[in-house]
Design a protein around this ligand. Structure first.
Ligand SMILES: Nc1nc2c(c(=O)[nH]1)N[C@H]1C(S)=C(S)[C@@H](COP(=O)(O)O)O[C@H]1N2
Ligand SMILES: [Mo]
Length: 318
C-alpha cells in the first residue's frame, strides 16, 4: 500500500477545522441559513448559533435508573430553578439566558497525573453520554424528577488519573459579575463551590450532566456542565462548572460558608433529620399537588449507604 508522507507544513484535514465543526455540518448550515434569514431580528438573535453538541442528543437511556413518580414536565422544571448567580428567586429563566456557554472550557487540575484545560465540546465527545432518570430533592423540601443526559463522574476521574494524595473533588462555577448580576451581591462568597469525597465522586450515581429532556442542557439548568448527586440535597448539584480540582483538604462549600449549621458539607437526604428551620419528613412534588414522604438518601441507599460506614461521627445529614 502506498502511504503518502505528510510534509511538516501540511496538516491533516481534521486538524484544519476544529472538531466541533465536523460532527454535524447540517446543524451549522441550518445555523447559517437562520442567520441569513434573520435580517430584521436583533443582532443577538441573528447570531444565536445552534448548540454545537446538538447532534449528540438524545443519548441512549440507561434503564438501570428508574423512577417512582412521573418525570416533572419540562416547562414546570425549566421555570422553577435555583441559580443564585442570576437571582435568589425561582423565576430566573429569562435572566439565565445571559449565560454565555461558548466558548466554554473546564480546568481539571490539582493532585492528578494529567492537569489540563478542555473545551466542553471536546469533553462531551470523549465521554460516554447516556440518559438517566433521576430524582432531585432540594433542601427546601421540593422535589423533581428529570431525564438528565451526561456521563459518570467516575469516567472523568479515570481520565484525570488522581494521585493517592487526592482526598476530595472540588467543583467551581464561573465568576463573571457583568454576565451574572447575582454575583454583584458581595455578601455571597462567589464563586459557587462544591465538593465530594473521592469515594462519593467515584460512586455509580455521581453524574456530570450535559443535557436534559433529550437536548443540550438549558442555561437555567446550569449549562453546559452541572453535577447531579441525587442522594444529596440539591445544592450539592453545582451548575455551570468551570473547574474540577483534586485536593487533599475538604473544600469549603458556598452554602457551608453562608450557614454551616444549615447547609453542611455532607448534606445527605434524611427525612428524620430536620433542617434547623423546617422538617425534612416530606416533599412537595413539583408540577403536582402531591406531597410525598421523603426517603433516606432520597431512595438511593442501595447505591450509597456503604460510603458512610465509619463516618457516623460526621454530620452526614445536614
Ligand atoms: N452554581 C450554582 N449551582 C447551583 C445552585 C446555584 O445557585 N448556583 N443552586 C443549587 C440548588 S439549591 C438546587 S436545588 C439545584 C437546582 O437545580 P435546578 O434549577 O436545575 O432545579 O441547583 C444547585 N446548583
Ligand atoms: Mo436546593
Amino acid at each position: 500500500m502506498f502511504i503518502r508522507r505528510r510534509k511538516g507544513w501540511e496538516i491533516r484535514e481534521s486538524e484544519a477545522t476544529p472538531e466541533s465543526l465536523f460532527f454535524d455540518r447540517r446543524t451549522l448550515l441550518k445555523g447559517g441559513a437562520v442567520a441569513a434569514a434573520a435580517v430584521g431580528l436583533g443582532l443577538r438573535e441573528a447570531f444565536a448559533a445552534p448548540d454545537p453538541s446538538l447532534a449528540l442528543y438524545p443519548a441512549k437511556r440507561n434503564e438501570a435508573f428508574t423512577l417512582d413518580r412521573p418525570v416533572t414536565p419540562e416547562t414546570v422544571n425549566s421555570h422553577y430553578n435555583n441559580f443564585y448567580e442570576f437571582g435568589s428567586g425561582k423565576d430566573i429563566f429569562d435572566a439565565a439566558q445571559a449565560l454565555k456557554i461558548r466558548p466554554w472550557s473546564i480546568k481539571i487540575d490539582g493532585l492528578i497525573e494529567k492537569p489540563q484545560t478542555i473545551a466542553i465540546d471536546d469533553l462531551v465527545k470523549a465521554m460516554p453520554l447516556e440518559e438517566r432518570l433521576y430524582r432531585h430533592r432540594c433542601v427546601e423540601a421540593w422535589a423533581m424528577a428529570v431525564p438528565w443526559t451526561g456521563f459518570p463522574l467516575r469516567a472523568l476521574i479515570e481520565a484525570a488519573q488522581p494521585l493517592a494524595s487526592a482526598k476530595y473533588v472540588r467543583f467551581e462555577t464561573f465568576l463573571d459579575r457583568v454576565m451574572a448580576p447575582g454575583q454583584r451581591q458581595f455578601w455571597y462568597p462567589w464563586p459557587y463551590v462544591e465538593g465530594l469525597t473521592m469515594a462519593e465522586a467515584a460512586n455509580d450515581l455521581a453524574f456530570l450532566v450535559t443535557g436534559a429532556y433529550g437536548k443540550p442542557l438549558g442555561k437555567q439548568f446550569g449549562a453546559p456542565l452541572r453535577l447531579a448527586t441525587p442522594w444529596k440535597y440539591g445544592f450539592k448539584s453545582i451548575k455551570s462548572i468551570t473547574r474540577i480540582s483534586f485536593v487533599e483538604e475538604r473544600p469549603k462549600t458556598f452554602w457551608e460558608q453562608l450557614g454551616p449549621s444549615e447547609y453542611g458539607f455532607w448534606a445527605n437526604v434524611n427525612p428524620a433529620v430536620p433542617h434547623p428551620r423546617w422538617s425534612q419528613a416530606s416533599e412537595e412534588v413539583l408540577g403536582s399537588r402531591e406531597r410525598r414522604p421523603t426517603q433516606i438518601f432520597n431512595g438511593y441507599g442501595d447505591y450509597v449507604a456503604g460510603l458512610y460506614a465509619g463516618l457516623e461521627n460526621e454530620r452526614l445529614f445536614i
